[in-house]
Ligand binder design. Structure first.
Ligand SMILES: Nc1ncnc2c1ncn2[C@@H]1O[C@H](COP(=O)(O)OP(=O)(O)OP(=O)(O)O)[C@@H](O)[C@H]1O
Length: 767
């Protein structure tokens, strides 16, 4: 064994030398390329002879420009590639590889020894691989098999053979610490070690320990939709990030990181995952939250409640009037029944019911809403057209009509007044523009005689342009009134509290505001009427925490990114939003592109928490027995009942101190709501040295945080303290999924405090 270790030490050293050598050469190249780029930029115009005297001179100038631009682009690309390779080499220096497989192809008497790391490394000759990229086809054997028969797929077909050996290496800061023969050891010691450590404040890559069931997801290919349903801590987010890295490698000739879009739940989470791809030497994908999308697409006169404000209402306003109706409304507005209702409504609008705004000029109505509606519904050639197409045509007609109506406007008093008030600069500008239009060159402009009539017409035209622009953007369609109409009608299949839901929705709309549950349906209607601005460049869309998305949201994402494959990851036990509280699977998602285009994986093993914590948390949810803990041992979760809030604060402060003394650096005190969080922060923030996390937080420092439940979603902490797991706070059945989400954030330690009687949700835990 010692001899083996020496051999491995020596090999490691050789590989490190090869990395250092490539690094040295590339460093020189990168510097040279950078200097070249700077030089070309600086002297761009020196190299190009600009001469437009004759056509030939002009052509020569264009050719010169193009050559120079091409040279710049080539150098920039080469520099980008060199810089990327340098990033990979930098990371490989400290840990060139983490695994090895000895694989013998069927029919061959030679065994290939394959070392696996985050990037490829060849020897001096360029012929042999010293290290294989973890995403190379042969590397999949490492993740998929124990010693014995094995195979892997290449673009050329399936390769069968025997996996003779499978080793894992622990290399830290360039030093070989240990080698495991993972074909022989029971349990995964490296994984035990990795999971036993605390997290940084940002997520890391799991490339060295991807598990077989996760590897299937990472390398899945084909179909428009990939759904990953997995328990809390089963690695959904990690797998999503590794998958993005895999796709960037596999489709490196056709896919770039800016063609990949990740929908994340909030800014804090976006920051949390932002380090994984750079750690693997890849550039980050684009990230967006659904709320950002909503804000960009609302009518400018509307504001919308945020998803977090909606949750705060749901969690804290049980006693408010209309609460029951609001909750029903939240659920109903996310259903496929409501979507069907909207589809029928959009169809009806082809024949009747469109609502328009009059077209005004300087406050006066030029074309009434009734006239626009008449035009829209009586034009015979429109009948078979979609609403969006009709509007395009109508807009042009309206612009023409407005122009016609304003032919004599230049004589109006307001124009004369405006002319009198023009500054010298404005007058000069008008003169220049009109001279140019009349064919005068810049040097001849002074000879142009601008008549008062021409100036007056110019002033009118300026205002008209703004009106035409608004018409072409369909400002004459009253999208808010169109959404409103849905709640002015009765419906046969609406929920019990329909009348009250309608009254609440209308009252909110009257204030120029939307409930969060109305934002997506409103935008959906708006886009179907005015046309969708689809983004065809995006090729991959990844939706994490997808259990919180409604049928509308999925449909909208599909329509927005028609060329993208979707990876949808979620866990319905963590569906904390009221609209999803009774949904149990992604069945609705299957209808997006049909079952043949949809593949579903289930990840049952939970890696984040100790066995004791998983055994505790899985009793909180109905199907919890399907969740399999990774066998890592820790202490039992504790429930501490206290008599009053004063005691609660004293005890929590002591608990934080104990955790700190145990060496934990990421500790979360998780509250149900923002209100509870700020009260907790006020009382114990200073004593615990804690940061308060709010919806506006974009990053958290390592240390103690006080955080509301919905912002802790997707995150993890070494030690979790549930602020108040009492029957008063987690009072209802609908708190179950939130409570489960809160408790599953813990990696090593979980303590629940309760002022008075604990929540009924703990009944299955014998409490
Ligand atoms: N194969 C693995 N090797 C090492 N660590 C892993 C592996 N799979 C998961 N983990 C770790 O388990 C923890 C949970 O992973 P992750 O956050 O991706 O799970 P999740 O399913 O998205 O969780 P949740 O739904 O609860 O937010 C992370 O610390 C992650 O690094």
């Amino acid at each position: 064994m010692e001899q083996q270790m020496q051999h491995e030490q020596q090999r490691l050293q050789e590989v490190q030398e090869a990395i250092a050598k490539e690094r040295f050469l590339l460093d020189g190249d990168a510097t040279r390329l950078k200097d070249e780029v700077v030089r070309i930029r600086r002297h761009f115009w020196d190299e190009v002879r600009v001469n437009t005297d004759s056509f030939d001179d002009y052509l020569e100038t264009i050719i010169g420009l193009r050559q120079e631009a091409q040279e710049l682009a080539v150098n920039q690309t080469l520099h980008g590639q060199a810089a990327k390779r340098l990033r990979v080499l930098d990371r490989m220096q400290g840990r060139p590889y983490f695994g090895r497989i000895d694989f013998r192809e069927s029919g061959s008497d030679q065994t290939a020894v394959v070392y696996i790391g985050i990037g490829t490394l060849r020897d001096d000759s360029g012929e042999d691989f010293l290290v294989y990229d973890w995403r190379a086809p042969i590397s999949s054997v490492y993740y998929d098999y124990q010693p014995g028969e094995a195979h892997y797929q290449t673009p050329g077909g399936k390769v069968d053979g025997t996996l003779e050996k499978k080793w894992q290496y622990v290399i830290k800061n360039g030093e070989l610490e240990s080698v495991f023969d993972t074909g022989l050891t029971i349990g995964d010691e490296v994984l035990q070690q990795v999971l036993g450590h605390g997290p940084n404040e940002q997520m890391g890559s799991i490339v060295a320990t991807i598990q077989q069931e996760q590897n299937q997801v990472v390398r899945h290919d084909g179909g428009k939709v990939l759904v990953v349903h997995g328990a809390a801590g089963s690695g959904k987010t990690s797998v999503a990030m590794q998958r993005i890295a895999y796709l960037l490698y596999h489709y490196r000739d056709t896919l770039t990181s800016d063609q990949i879009l990740l929908f994340s739940p909030n800014a804090l989470f976006a920051h949390y995952v932002a380090n994984v791809l750079p750690e693997l030497g890849e550039e980050n994908m684009r990230q967006v939250t659904f709320q950002q999308y909503v804000n960009e697409h609302l009518h400018p006169e509307l504001t919308s409640e945020t998803p977090f404000e909606q949750l705060e209402y749901v969690y804290t306003q049980q006693q408010a009037g209309g609460y029951r109706a609001r909750l029903q409304g939240i659920e109903w507005k996310a259903t496929t029944s409501f979507m069907k209702r909207i589809t029928a409504y959009l169809n009806e609008l082809k024949a009747q019911g469109m609502v328009f705004r009059p077209i005004r000029f300087r406050g006066d109505v030029l074309i009434t809403a009734e006239d626009i509606a008449n035009h829209f519904y009586t034009e015979a050639s429109f009948r078979s057209q979609s609403i969006a197409n009709r509007l395009e045509w109508l807009a042009e007609e309206l612009v023409k009509s407005v122009k016609q109506k304003l032919t004599g406007e230049w004589k109006a008093d307001w124009v004369q007044e405006k002319m009198d008030l023009l500054t010298d600069e404005q007058y000069h500008k008008a003169h220049q523009t009109l001279a140019k239009r009349a064919g005068f060159t810049r040097s001849e402009a002074a000879d142009f005689d601008m008549t008062p009539k021409a100036l007056a017409q110019f002033i009118v035209r300026q205002q008209l342009t703004a009106v035409a622009k608004a018409i072409r953007k369909f400002a004459f369609v009253d999208t808010v009134a169109l959404y409103r109409q849905l709640f002015e009608q009765s419906t046969a299949d609406g929920p019990e509290e329909w009348k009250e839901i309608c009254a609440m929705t209308l009252e909110t709309l009257d204030r120029g505001h939307l409930f969060y549950e109305d934002a997506t349906p409103y935008i959906y209607i708006k886009q179907h009427i005015l046309g969708i601005d689809a983004n065809r460049a995006i090729r991959q869309v990844v939706i994490d925490e997808a259990q919180d998305y409604s049928a509308f949201q999925f449909e909208m994402i599909k329509q927005l990114y028609p060329n993208a494959q979707l990876t949808i990851l979620g866990d319905f036990n963590q569906a904390i939003f009221a609209h999803a509280r009774t949904t149990e699977d992604f069945e609705g998602v299957t209808t997006l592109y049909g079952p043949e285009e949809t593949r579903v994986y289930y990840l049952a093993r939970s890696y984040r928490s100790t066995r004791q914590i998983v055994e505790f948390t899985r009793k909180l949810v109905p199907n919890g027995d399907q969740i399999i803990p990774f066998d890592r041992s820790g202490s039992e979760p504790q429930l501490v009942q206290v008599e009053n809030v004063k005691d609660l604060h004293t005890q929590i402060t002591h608990q934080v101190e104990r955790y700190q003394a145990q060496g934990y650096t990421t500790i979360a005190i998780i509250c149900l709501s923002a209100g509870e969080s700020s009260a907790a922060f006020e009382a114990i923030g200073e004593a615990c040295g804690a940061q308060l996390i709010t919806t506006t937080s974009t990053a958290a420092e390592p240390g103690v945080v006080i955080i509301p439940s919905y912002l802790a979603k997707g995150m993890e902490y070494e030690a979790v303290i549930v602020y108040n797991a009492s029957a008063d706070v987690y009072s209802d059945e609908f708190h179950r999924r939130t409570f489960y989400t809160v408790c599953t954030r813990a990696m090593h330690e979980l303590t629940l405090f309760s002022v008075g009687e604990p929540t009924h949700l703990l009944a299955n835990n014998g409490i």
